[in-house]
Write a protein that binds this ligand. Structure first.
Ligand SMILES: [Ca+2]
Ligand SMILES: [Ca+2]
Ligand SMILES: [Ca+2]
Ligand SMILES: [Ca+2]
Length: 735
C-alpha cells in the first residue's frame, strides 16, 4: 500500500494525463457485477491538509485526463476538483478507506466546478472496471457546470459490496443541464442508496434552472440486488428545472427505468417545478416489481405544473405500489399545481398488474390544485392513458381541500379492490347527490349518475338511468363493469365499457339510455358510472346495478284441481307470510324469477329453521328451490349465491325472507279470530286467486278441515321482534 499524505497542495493538472493506480503491481480492477472487488494500492490521504486542500485539481490544459484506480480519502475538501472538460474518473474509491468498507470522509467526492467548462466528464462507465465507490462524502458528485456529464455504474452511498450503507450526506447534486445519471443499459446503472437526509439525487439551481437532465436505469434506495432497502434518504428531489426520470421501457424498472424504493418519498417534484417526466420506473417495489421494500411516504409527490407521470404509451408505465402513504400525492398550491398528467400507470399492483401490492393510503391523493388529469380518453379498456389503481388501503382516488381542488378528471382508469371508495370527493365517503347539483366542494361535488337498469348480452350492454346536475349542460358519462360493490352499495370501476354524452334539461335532468357494443367481462356483472362536466370535474362512482337481477320471489303450492297459487315474497320490506301447510316435514317450494334466463346457482338457508332439499331447478328465467324441515311460526331466510345467467352474469349474493305461520290467512303475523272468520267466510267457495290463502290445507277446496286447522293454530304468532325487524331490513345487495 502506498499512502501519499501531502503536506502542501499537490500541483494542479494542466496537461492531459492518465493517473492510473492499476499500474501498481498487485492491484486489480473490479470484476464483479454485484459488488466491487477492485484492489487499490495507491491512496491519497487528506489527513494533514484536510478541508484546506483538494487532492486533485484539473485545470484547463488537463482536458482529456483520466483518473483511475486511486483511493482519495480522509478529509479533502474535494477529492477530484474538475475545471476542464472531458475528464474521466473510473475505478476509484472516493471517501472510503482502501478496502471500500470504512468511511474516510471528504467534503466532496467529484466536483465539476461552478463556472468552468467541464463538459463531457465521465464518472464511472458501463464496464465493471470503471466502477467507482463514492461514499462517505458530504456530496458524492457535485455537477455545477458543463453539459453531457455522465455518471454511470457507480456505487454512491454504499460500501464496496453494494450491500451496506456508507452514507454521503447528499449523493448527487445536479446544477447544470443535459447530463445523464445512469443510462439505458444495465451496465450504466448506479446504485444510489444509504445516503443521508439531504438526498439521493437532487436537481438544484445555481444560475438558471437546469433542463434536460436524465436519471435513468438506477437503483435508488436499494442495495445492489435491488431487493433490499438500504437506509432511508430522499430518493429524487427535483427542486427546480425540468428533468426526465426514467424513460420508455418494455418493462418498468428496466433501464432506462429506475427502481426507487427505500426512500422517504420516491420522487419529489417541488413547488412550482414543471415539465418533468417520470416514466418506466418501479417506485416503491423492488427490482422484481413483485414485493415492496416501499418508500416511507409517497411514491411521487408533485407540487408543480405540466408534469407527466407515465403517459399514453404503454412503455411509459410506472409501477407505483407498496409505498407507505399515497401512491401519488398532488397539490398543496392551487396557483402552481395544474395540468399534470397521471396516465397509464399501475398504482397499487405488482408489475404484472395481476397481484395487489397496495399503497398504505390512497392510490392518488389530490389536494389544493386544479385541472389535472388522471387517466384520459381510452379506446381500449385497461390500456393507457388509463391507470390501473387497485389494492390501495385507502381510496383509489381521493380529492380533498373542498372547492380548492377542482377540474380533476378521472377517466378511463381501472379502479377496484381499494379499501375506500373508487373515487372519493372531499375524502369523506359517499357524497350524496343534490338536486340540480349546486353544492360546492372537491370537483364541485359533481353528482354521479343513477343507473336504473342494466341488460346485457355477450356483445352488448344496455344501460338506462338518469343524471341530475347543472341544467342545460352536456356531461360525459363513463360506464364500468365490476366484480363487486363497496359496502356502501356504490362501486368502483374495474373495466371501462364506454361512454355517452348526455345533456341536462332546464329541470336539471338528463336521461341515460345507452347501448354499448360490448358485453360484460366474465365475473363482472355490476355496472357503475361516473359523470364528468365540461370543465373536467368527475363525480364519484354511482351505485352498482347488476346485469342479472332477482325480479320476484314466491312460495308456490299446488291446490289440487284448483291449480297452483303463489304467495308473493317481496324483495324489500316485510316478508310475505306463508300460511299454508307444509305437511309434517315442513315442505315448501320457492320460485325465484330473474331478469335473464338462469342456468346455475346455489341456495341455502341462512337464518331460521329448515333446509334446502336437493338441487335447485332451473327453467327459463326461474330457479325453483325446495325446502324441507321448515318449522312453523318463524322467519326463514334463503340466500342465493352464484346464480349465473346464460351470458355468464352472476347475481350478487341475494337474500329473501319468508314468514312461516300456518293458519295466518290474513298475513298479519298472528293467528286469531280474524283468520278463523275469514276462512269460515270462504268455506264452500271455489279456490281462486282471491281466496287461496284460506285453503290452508292446499287441497283445492275450502271446508271444515281448513277451519279446524286454523282454529288449532289460534294463538300462534311470528315474534314481534322478527315481524318488525324484518320490515326494516335493508334492500338486497345488488339492487
Ligand atoms: Ca365523498
Ligand atoms: Ca353534488
Ligand atoms: Ca292473522
Ligand atoms: Ca282445504
Amino acid at each position: 500500500m502506498h499512502i501519499i499524505t501531502p503536506v502542501t497542495q499537490l500541483p494542479s493538472i494542466t496537461s492531459p494525463v492518465t493517473l492510473d493506480g492499476y499500474t501498481q503491481p498487485g492491484s486489480s480492477v473490479n470484476t464483479l457485477a454485484n459488488g466491487d472487488n477492485a484492489v487499490l494500492l495507491i491512496e491519497i490521504n487528506g489527513a494533514i491538509l484536510g478541508n484546506n486542500g483538494n487532492a486533485l485539481v484539473l485545470l484547463t490544459g488537463g482536458s482529456g485526463s483520466t483518473i483511475r484506480g486511486l483511493v482519495i480519502d480522509n478529509g479533502w475538501s474535494t477529492a477530484i476538483l474538475i475545471q476542464t472538460d472531458t475528464v474521466a474518473v473510473e475505478g476509484c474509491f472516493l471517501g472510503t478507506d482502501p478496502t471500500g468498507l470504512i468511511v474516510h470522509a471528504n467534503t466532496d467526492g467529484v466536483d465539476a466546478d461552478f463556472g468552468q467548462p467541464t463538459s463531457g466528464m465521465r464518472v464511472g462507465g458501463t464496464s465493471l472496471a470503471a466502477r467507482n465507490v463514492i461514499s462517505g462524502n458530504g456530496t458524492g458528485i457535485f455537477i455545477r457546470s458543463g453539459a453531457n456529464q455522465l455518471v454511470q455504474g457507480n456505487f454512491i452511498g454504499t460500501d464496496a459490496t453494494g450491500t451496506a450503507a456508507l452514507a454521503n450526506s447528499n449523493a448527487i447534486d445536479l446544477r447544470s443541464s443535459d447530463n445523464l445519471i445512469g443510462g439505458t443499459s444495465v451496465g450504466a446503472r448506479n446504485i444510489i442508496a444509504g445516503n443521508g437526509n439531504s438526498g439521493g439525487i437532487s436537481v438544484n439551481t445555481d444560475l438558471v434552472p437546469p433542463t434536460g437532465n436524465r436519471i435513468q436505469g438506477n437503483f435508488i434506495g436499494t442495495d445492489v440486488t435491488g431487493t433490499r432497502p438500504l437506509g432511508l434518504s430522499p430518493g429524487i428531489f427535483l427542486s427546480t428545472g425540468s428533468s426526465q426520470v426514467g424513460g420508455l421501457t418494455a418493462m418498468p424498472g428496466t433501464p432506462p427505468g429506475n427502481v426507487i424504493a427505500g426512500s422517504f418519498t420516491g420522487v419529489v417534484v417541488a413547488q412550482g417545478v414543471s415539465n418533468n417526466t417520470i416514466q418506466g420506473n418501479l417506485i416503491g417495489t423492488d427490482a422484481t416489481g413483485t414485493s415492496a421494500p416501499s418508500n416511507l411516504l409517497e411514491g411521487i409527490n408533485v407540487q408543480g405544473a405540466s408534469n407527466v407521470i407515465g403517459g399514453t404509451d404503454v412503455m411509459a408505465r410506472n409501477v407505483i405500489s407498496g409505498n407507505g402513504r399515497y401512491g401519488v400525492l398532488m397539490g398543496t398550491d392551487n396557483a402552481s399545481v395544474h395540468d399534470n398528467l397521471v396516465q397509464g400507470n399501475f398504482i397499487g399492483t405488482d408489475i404484472t398488474g395481476t397481484q395487489l401490492l397496495g399503497n398504505g393510503s390512497d392510490g392518488v391523493f389530490v389536494t389544493v390544485s386544479t385541472n389535472n388529469m388522471i387517466g384520459g380518453h381510452v379506446t381500449t379498456a385497461g390500456e393507457p392513458p388509463g391507470n390501473l389503481i387497485a389494492g390501495n388501503a385507502g381510496n383509489g382516488v381521493a380529492l380533498v381541500a373542498g372547492s380548492q381542488t377542482t377540474e380533476i378528471s378521472v377517466l378511463g382508469n381501472s379502479i377496484f379492490s381499494n379499501g375506500g371508495l373508487g373515487i372519493d370527493l372531499n375524502g369523506d365517503g359517499v357524497t350524496l347527490n343534490d338536486s340540480c347539483d349546486s353544492d360546492t366542494g372537491a370537483n364541485n361535488l359533481q353528482n354521479y349518475p343513477v343507473i336504473t337498469s342494466v341488460t346485457a348480452t355477450a356483445s352488448s350492454t344496455h344501460i338506462q338511468g338518469m343524471l341530475d346536475s347543472t341544467p342545460n349542460t352536456t356531461f360525459t358519462i363513463e360506464f364500468y363493469a365490476n366484480a363487486e360493490c363497496d359496502a356502501s352499495g356504490n362501486g368502483e370501476g374495474r373495466t371501462y365499457l364506454g361512454s355517452a354524452q348526455v345533456t341536462t334539461n332546464a329541470s336539471c335532468t338528463a336521461t341515460i339510455d345507452t347501448t354499448l357494443p360490448v358485453g360484460l367481462p366474465a365475473g363482472q356483472s355490476l355496472v357503475t358510472a361516473t359523470a364528468t362536466d365540461p370543465t373536467n370535474n368527475t363525480s364519484e362512482f354511482s351505485h352498482c346495478v347488476s346485469a342479472l337481477q332477482l325480479t320476484a320471489a314466491a312460495s308456490r303450492k299446488v291446490h289440487g284441481a284448483a291449480g297452483s297459487f303463489d304467495i308473493d315474497l317481496p324483495l324489500m320490506g316485510q316478508p310475505g307470510v306463508e300460511c299454508r301447510t307444509g305437511g309434517i316435514d315442513g315442505n315448501h317450494t320457492l320460485v325465484f324469477t330473474f331478469s335473464n334466463d338462469v342456468v346455475s346457482g346455489d341456495a341455502s338457508v341462512t337464518s331460521g329453521t329448515g333446509n334446502v332439499s336437493g338441487s335447485p331447478i332451473f327453467s327459463g328465467n326461474t330457479m325453483t328451490v325446495n325446502l324441507t324441515g321448515v318449522t312453523d311460526a318463524q322467519t326463514i331466510t334463503i340466500t342465493l349465491t352464484n346464480v349465473t345467467d346464460s351470458f355468464g352474469h352472476v347475481l350478487p349474493p341475494t337474500a329473501v325472507s319468508m314468514h312461516v305461520l300456518l293458519g295466518d290467512t290474513t298475513g298479519n303475523g298472528i293467528v286469531n279470530a280474524s283468520d278463523i272468520a275469514q276462512t269460515k267466510a270462504q268455506s264452500g267457495s271455489p279456490v281462486t286467486n282471491a281466496n287461496f290463502r284460506e285453503d290452508v290445507t292446499a287441497n283445492g277446496v275450502i271446508n271444515g278441515a281448513d277451519i279446524a286447522l286454523v282454529k288449532s293454530r289460534s294463538g300462534t304468532a311470528i315474534s314481534t321482534t322478527q315481524f318488525d325487524a324484518a320490515a326494516t331490513r335493508h334492500p338486497q345487495l345488488g339492487r
